[in-house]
Design a binder for this molecule. Structure first.
Ligand SMILES: [Zn+2]
Length: 389
């Protein structure tokens, strides 16, 4: 596997911020938050299906941010004029027949497609706006001197493959951005880090043979969980072997396990590959209140993940929204925004475990540790020794 022979700097601590410094003033970072109203017309209100992926996920989050005066800070600008991705933009990722299928199905009024995914008469346009928001996020960072951009977009994208919808996703927004950057902006290596609670199987599918887009997904183990793929053993194929990383975390994983995965895998992998551009796929469905997912992240966990990324990649990255269906999405967005702008985490939602729960969490930690060690072995990263007794 080629990844094994790549240079691993065993001494490069997280304090080394100069490696990826692009010259922007990271002491005073500024942020573009993208949000567009027309996402609301992609709704399953008239379909008799569970409505997890509904407009309120974003409308409520946006309202929360507005009510908390996020945009009064001159360092945090709202961008709402989003253009739709063109068919050409989509074709860099998806097959022509798939794009035509979605377009025609949508134009005819849509309906439930299966695999938790639906289409309305407006979905083709809204999904293109979602992909357009991803592209705009990249442009804002590259052309307009923003340190970061954070796109509140829907439908999400990371389950959508080259010619497949799934898990609420129509077009793969992160992949559309990655290909756009490489083909239109001359960007070389792109890395996609995905911390949605579900594996980013669509992104994996698209780049499985491609060494120029490194994909890293941290998610609840898919053995008994959607999308039932995204296993640690899936490391890429052909030229892409060694460039697809899956970190399976056990049910019940919380801030501690995610921190371990970041310290031991995500950060070393960013350093190893030193990508020219970084895309984070941010799902909020690992939040402890998301009962159907059964992970235990709090706002501090999301805050820490963003801080951790910043410790080695101080500017010039984007965060795209994936899943997250709880009414607390707005609060979690606030945590992410504050992490980006070097402000304290504004949300206080620490969990108090009973002694019994503490014992369970120890088991979760040790299971996570075992999985993380396996991934490190697969990719020849140094051993972990963080066992909790
Ligand atoms: Zn998810």
């Amino acid at each position: 596997m080629e990844g094994q022979t790549k240079n691993i700097d065993q001494n490069d601590g997280a304090e080394d911020l100069t490696v990826f410094d692009t010259g922007l003033n990271v002491n005073n970072p500024n942020l573009a938050v993208l949000y567009y109203k027309n996402h609301s017309s992609h709704t399953c209100n008239n379909l008799k299906i569970p409505d997890f992926e509904k407009p309120e996920r974003l409308t409520d989050a946006f309202l929360y941010l507005k009510n908390n005066n996020i945009f009064d800070d001159s360092r945090c600008n709202l961008i709402s004029d989003i253009e739709k991705a063109s068919e050409k933009d989509l074709l860099r990722v998806h097959t022509k027949s798939y794009i035509s299928f979605i377009k025609n199905y949508s134009r005819k009024g849509g309906g439930f497609l299966g695999d938790s995914t639906y289409v309305t008469k407006d979905t083709y346009d809204v999904a293109r706006t979602s992909a357009g928001a991803a592209i705009r996020s990249g442009n804002l960072v590259i052309d307009d001197d923003y340190s970061y951009s954070f796109a509140l977009l829907r439908p999400p994208g990371h389950h959508a493959g080259k010619s497949k919808y799934g898990g609420f996703c129509i077009f793969n927004n992160a992949a559309v951005l990655a290909k756009y950057l490489q083909q239109k902006k001359g960007i070389g290596k792109v890395m996609i880090v995905d911390w949605d609670a579900h594996a980013g199987n669509g992104t994996m599918d698209i780049f499985y043979n491609n060494p120029d887009v490194i994909t890293l997904s941290i998610h609840r183990s898919p053995h008994d969980f959607y999308p039932r793929t995204g296993f640690m053993s899936q490391i890429g194929e052909g030229e892409g072997e060694g460039y697809n990383i899956n970190v399976e975390l056990p049910v019940g994983s919380e801030n501690l396990e995610y921190k371990l995965a970041f310290d031991e895998i995500v950060i070393p992998m960013i350093k190893r590959h030193s990508p020219d551009f970084l895309i984070c796929c941010c799902g909020f469905d690992g939040y402890y209140k998301e009962k159907t997912v059964q992970m235990n992240l709090t706002s501090k966990g999301y805050y820490q993940m963003v801080k951790s990324i910043k410790s080695v990649y101080p500017d010039n990255f984007v965060i795209l929204m994936e899943g997250g269906y709880h009414k607390h999405n707005g609060k979690l967005c606030h945590s992410v925004i504050n992490a980006l702008l070097d402000r304290p985490n504004p949300i206080h939602d620490d969990l108090n475990y009973t002694n019994y729960e503490k014992e369970i969490q120890k088991k979760v930690y040790n299971k996570a540790l075992g999985n993380i060690s396996k991934v490190k072995e697969l990719f020849s990263l140094p051993d972990v020794d963080n066992t909790v007794n």
